[in-house]
Design a protein around this ligand. Structure first.
Ligand SMILES: [Zn+2]
Length: 132
């Protein structure tokens, strides 16, 4: 048994093309083999797509943009090559870089600028305090 998507033969599961909650059964035409990673990816993708469809029907532009971004990240994290390489699925939420810019050591100029800003602010706060 091989995964219909990535071709791996580990952790093979039965994927229901039409989910049982939508009336899909165990008939042969409704099943395909997927590895656990591609199976999870497929179901997550469907959830994001249905959320996207819902937001599109409501015309919520900011939420549409957010879901489109989420879908793109999900797809890029789970391309076949990466699934084959790591053997697991990665969710949108499991990568810090999705949400945070990487920390960067400030340049000397930036550090000096920040220091001057802090000093100016301290003087400003001291002046305000003395006025009272
Ligand atoms: Zn697979």
């Amino acid at each position: 048994m091989k995964c219909i998507r990535c071709g791996r033969n580990e952790d093979i599961e039965n994927h229901h093309i039409l989910e049982s909650r939508f009336g899909g059964g165990n008939e042969p035409g409704n099943k395909e083999y997927r590895c656990r990673a591609c199976h999870k990816y497929e179901h997550t993708r469907r959830r994001v797509l249905s959320a996207l469809e819902y937001e599109r029907s409501r015309g919520q532009k900011d939420r549409i943009a957010a879901y489109e971004h989420r879908l793109e990240v999900l797809d890029r994290l789970n391309i076949i090559e990466l699934i084959r390489e790591r053997g697991t699925y990665i969710s949108y939420w499991s990568v810090n870089r999705t949400h945070r810019l990487p920390r960067r050591i400030p340049t000397k100029e930036e550090a000096e600028f920040d220091k001057r800003l802090d000093e100016d602010m301290a003087v400003f706060v001291a002046e305000l305090t003395n006025e009272r």
